[in-house]
Write a protein of this length. Structure first.
Lengths: 73, 617
């Protein structure tokens, strides 16, 4: 399953890289990319773990950049 | 953004005042510095504290906060404020630059249609393209984007394909023509039947491709990500050692001096310049290419393209148009008919066949076929046809047919498919049908050669005579003819031996039955991707138009992008290391460090902007 989000207010490229790395380490994630330029987050993961992945990803993003607003793309 | 500017201006005025003020009250400048600092940098410090509470220590805010506050403690008030001031100015510039590039990329993505006018029971409903189903009838008005792929059922118009091909050559369409989403309808109202859902439509595929391209990272990007991961911690640790160790072991060394050097380190410890500018260069290159109708499926392919040494072309449909046309009509001197009449006779005799030769004869004749004058048609498989046309016995076909009927015929070298015609068993002449070379094919080869491509090769299933002629005319280095589809992969294997270990081999085909070759090559390039799913699927690079000259453009874009990425890498890493070394020896001030951080980031971003500009390529 693939989910796409827009990260509004994504401010620093290094933070985007940090988010990408952390989300990729989550259980059930096949691949995750955070594109600093398009501000898009794409997560591909196991269908049955997707809900947990999204909650955990949100936590990671908020921890690194609290000002970012996560929206469905 | 406005608030930030006001803050910076007020802070800067106070800072300047503190620098020039001439007063007996010694603490007045210090108070001004502190006020200025709070205005400019208060937010940064607050953010740093919040982030520490969240357990996120080594972020930019923290490093800048520590560096500037540290400067205050070692008595360097002016530098402490300056660090924060310039950091904020740099951030502002950076935000602006990133905002600009996001905007220009968004405009690149602006081909997404927002709505579709769906016709239901004579009523027109505006719908999200996502909700339209195959078989629905859509209406596209002048000026609107075509939302989904379909077939025109009513009306005719001119459409602008710029968004897909990068060319503003308008196309005329009418009932029965295929309609591609993403194009813009220029003048007439068209009604069309939807043939593909939005997800499967051309526009979605292209958008997907461009967006996903940046997630396939190039080696340079991977290097930078890795570098950034270790750079900050290493610099911070070295800074700590620098602050503590030398004052303890070197006699007479002052803590304040070495702490200042350590703080300078912290200012340079953010890898942002690199982390932003390298992917931005690649994204710019990919975006710029797509603007020219060249879709590159990933940063990695953009990178490999620059190392191309051998370019292998398929002939039909790639260098030639793949459309067979009558090239020459020859009438024997002693035969008293015109060229037009010979063509008429041949077109009629062959009119019952649906062989490509018959189609091209009919196209060249370009008049109605009169079935009443044709009788006794007999097809001689692999040879040609015999028939009675207008009361005369016509034999039309290849050399073998003429030999079979013992008719002497023209035996010179002819490049293409020849249809000999005999009237009442007397040789009348021939019609030469051949594929045409694309207008820009010669330019495609010559510009590749000017890009130092070592070898150009053509593969074809056609006969050697035709192959040789095309290769000579286009100045192609080598050609291999009479190849079966399977032979092409083997030939490619042989050609791999010709290149150096670092060089790459690119294969250019039209995506039709050469998928294995496209896959085997280091870079598979498919031509004429407009509307061909197979080509988009199989290749690494898709050229939306039919122009082989775009391959040289793609290589130029690739080289330019790589050059920019390299400049940024060397420049950013170089300046940072230089400042680190100088400040370790106490030779660089914090001012230099601020430049090495934000100044470099800003310049690198500006430089990477150039990748998006492909106009002069």
């Amino acid at each position: 399953m693939k989910k796409k989000y827009v990260l509004e207010g994504l401010g620093c490229a290094n933070c985007a890289a940090k988010m990408e790395r952390a989300i990729n380490e989550l259980e059930g994630v096949k691949s995750a990319t955070v594109n600093f330029i398009t501000t898009k987050l794409v997560i591909e993961g196991d269908d049955n773990k997707m809900d947990d992945i999204i909650v955990a990803s949100e936590k990671i993003i908020k921890k690194i950049e609290p000002y970012v607003v996560i929206k469905k793309a | 953004m406005k608030n930030e500017i006001i803050k910076i201006v007020i802070g800067a005025i106070l800072f300047g005042l503190a620098l020039i003020i001439d007063t007996d009250i010694s603490y007045l400048p210090i108070i001004l510095f502190i006020i200025s600092y709070i205005i400019v940098g208060g937010e940064v410090v607050m953010r740093a504290i919040k982030n520490i509470i969240r357990g996120n220590v080594f972020d930019e805010n923290f490093l800048m906060g520590i560096a500037s506050i540290g400067a205050f403690f070692v008595g360097e008030f002016s530098e402490g404020v300056a660090v924060m001031l310039f950091y904020q100015v740099g951030e502002l510039f950076q935000d602006y630059a990133v905002g600009q590039s996001r905007k220009s990329i968004a405009s690149l993505m602006d081909i997404r249609p927002d709505y579709a006018n769906v016709k239901k029971d004579d009523e027109i409903i505006v719908m999200d393209p996502d909700d339209v189903k195959v078989g629905d009838i859509i209406v596209v008005k002048p000026g609107e984007k075509i939302p989904l792929d379909g077939i025109v059922v009513e009306g005719s118009s001119t459409i602008d394909t710029t968004a897909l091909t990068g060319e503003s050559l308008p196309r005329d369409i009418t009932v029965g023509d295929e309609l591609l989403s993403g194009c813009i309808n220029i003048n007439g109202v068209i009604t069309a039947k939807v043939t593909k859902e939005f997800e499967e439509s051309t526009v979605s595929k292209i958008l997907d491709l461009v967006e996903n391209a940046s997630s396939k990272k190039s080696k340079s990007e991977q290097f930078i990500t890795k570098f950034a991961r270790y750079y900050t911690p290493v610099v911070v640790i070295v800074a700590l050692i620098l602050a503590v160790v030398p004052p303890l072991i070197i006699e007479g060394a002052l803590f304040s001096d070495w702490i200042y050097r350590a703080l300078t380190f912290l200012v340079v410890s953010c890898p942002c310049a690199l982390v932003i500018s390298i992917p931005l260069s690649f994204f710019g290159g990919l975006g710029g290419a797509s603007r020219k109708g060249i879709l590159i499926k990933g940063g990695n392919y953009l990178e490999t393209l620059a190392q191309t040494e051998i370019v292998v072309f398929d002939k039909t449909g790639t260098l030639t148009k793949g459309v067979f046309n009558v090239q020459e009509v020859y009438v024997e001197d002693n035969i008293n008919i015109s060229k037009e009449e010979l063509l008429m006779i041949a077109a009629h005799a062959e009119s019952f066949s649906n062989h490509p030769i018959s189609t091209s004869l009919k196209r060249a004749f370009n008049k109605e076929i009169n079935n009443e004058i044709i009788s006794n048609v007999e097809e001689i498989s692999g040879h040609g046809v015999s028939a009675i046309v207008d009361g005369k016995k016509i034999i039309a076909g290849n050399d073998k047919l003429m030999e079979k009927y013992n008719i002497p015929y023209f035996k010179g070298e002819l490049f293409g498919t020849v249809v000999h015609v005999a009237i009442n068993d007397v040789y009348a002449g021939y019609i030469l049908i051949a594929d045409e070379i694309k207008e820009d094919a010669a330019k495609a080869i010559s510009s590749l050669k000017s890009l130092n491509i070592k070898q150009t090769v053509m593969l074809t299933g056609d006969n050697a005579l035709v192959g040789e002629k095309v290769a000579k005319e286009l100045n192609i280095d080598d050609f291999y003819a009479e190849l079966l589809p399977g032979d092409k992969v083997n030939k490619l294997e042989e050609l791999f031996e010709h290149k150096s270990s670092k060089g790459k081999l690119a294969f250019v085909g039209d995506g039709i039955n050469d998928a294995p070759v496209l896959a085997r090559a280091d870079i598979g390039i498919a031509m004429g991707g407009l509307g061909s799913d197979a080509a988009i699927e199989a290749a690494d690079i898709v050229i939306m138009t039919d122009e082989p000259s775009k391959i040289a453009d793609a290589i130029k874009i690739s080289k330019k992008t790589l050059r920019i990425a390299k400049q940024n890498t060397v420049f950013a890493i170089g300046i940072k290391f230089l400042v680190l070394i100088l400040s370790a020896f106490g030779l660089a001030s914090m001012w230099a460090a601020v430049f090495a951080d934000v100044g470099v980031a800003f310049l690198a971003i500006l430089n990477s902007f150039r990748a998006l500009n492909v106009k002069d390529i």
